[in-house]
Design a binder for this molecule. Sequence first.
Ligand code: SME
Length: 160
Amino acid sequence: MFDFRPAPDCPKPEAYRQLVDAADALTSGEPDPVANMANVAALLWDFLPDLNWAGFYRMIEGELVLGPFMGRPACIRIPLGKGVCGVAAGDAATQLVEDVHAFPGHIACDSETNSELVVPVIRGGDVVAVIDLDSPLKARFDEEDREGIEALAALIAERI
Ligand code: SME
């Protein structure tokens, strides 16, 4: 049985260290990328409060294609440069968006979403996927979330 949730009073940087350790334990030695993305999506969903979507889009032939996730069904293909995910992938740069309604071109898969954190997963200099976290809360994500999810992306880059 896996129970990776942090203590409720755990400071965020420490919680993210635990999350990265848990992702390491779940994916270490497993070569199947879908299995690893599925477990990491489930881990993020379990671990982080106030999310309505957590998962992956994969870079396939120059566009983002939906990967393993937790949450409601979502749009399947996102062109580079479109929406928060497409900008993160196109620019190879994390997008921390406090209010998605103020983000030009935001793709509203779920009208409940108000803030997002999208982190590119980079392998050998190429964006191979993005991790997309959505929240119904405005300004749900901060710099500590960014650092934690970027550490996670670095860990799993060779495993997805
Ligand atoms: N809102 C995202 C699209 C993906 S869904 O939120 C799952 C975006 O604008 O990139």
